[in-house]
Design a protein around this ligand. Sequence first.
Ligand code: HEM
Length: 256
Amino acid sequence: MKLLSFLFTSSIGRKLIMALTGLFLCLFLVVHLIGNLQLFKADGGYAFNHYAWFMTSNPLIKTVSWGLYAMIILHAVKGIYLAMNNRKARQARYEVSAGSANSSWSSRNMAILGSIIFIFIGIHMGDFWREYKFGDEITWRSYTQDYNTQAVTWTEYTPVEGQKIYAKDIEGGHMLVAKDLYSEVYDAFRQPWIVWIYVLSMLALAFHLLHGFQSAFQTLGINHPSYSPIIQFIGRAFAILVPLGFAAIPLYVLFQ
Ligand code: HEM
């Protein structure tokens, strides 16, 4: 009880929540990016649709997903609260903002960058996640993989009422009957305005991570002259490579 009250009411507790939820969300980004890289495979969506089904049906991952939604909301709400408090504290002390003299552009705009990412997640989940889980416009595909040649063939599939996604081993191969989220993603990314939303949001994500990643380690007290430069290097590489990986997907589909 004391720990909870410390985490939610003290200023250091609130920063700890930001750091821990932020690092968890970084971990999610890596897993999500690796999964999404299946979209580059020229297999009619066999690997990606298999992955999407696994991620949305495995009971353990489903539980972790609910934790993920809670973390996104907690991180966003606490972040806005922290930014408002910082602003009030500065005004109360009549402090003159030193601007770029003692802080980076990213660190001064964390709340606005975070808000852009939050809105992006809302639009993004409203699009793919909602359609996959609750929509009825998504089409289906039936896949067969030959174990000897590894070749994958597929056909359009008409689901019956209450149809469930399933995968099973068949003689000499594997079969998957699934919702075709792959085509849904490809159809979306053939529209330039959607690609722009993704690319600009990934730019906001890059700047948010540029400050957020190393700031989380500092809050956790992982700060030492001998290894802080390494954390800073990993943080910068992460902030550039992860958003670049995400942005590459819609750009690849658009210019394919
Ligand atoms: C090109 C980039 C991206 C693509 C193609 C993509 C694709 C998808 C798809 C197809 C889903 C629904 C199926 C699933 O849960 O796996 C999904 C869910 C989700 N995406 Fe993305 N995504 C991208 C980038 C991002 C980014 C950058 C973020 C966060 C900043 C994000 C956050 C989420 C969240 C929170 C969910 C719900 C996950 C869950 O229910 O467990 N996505 N994404």
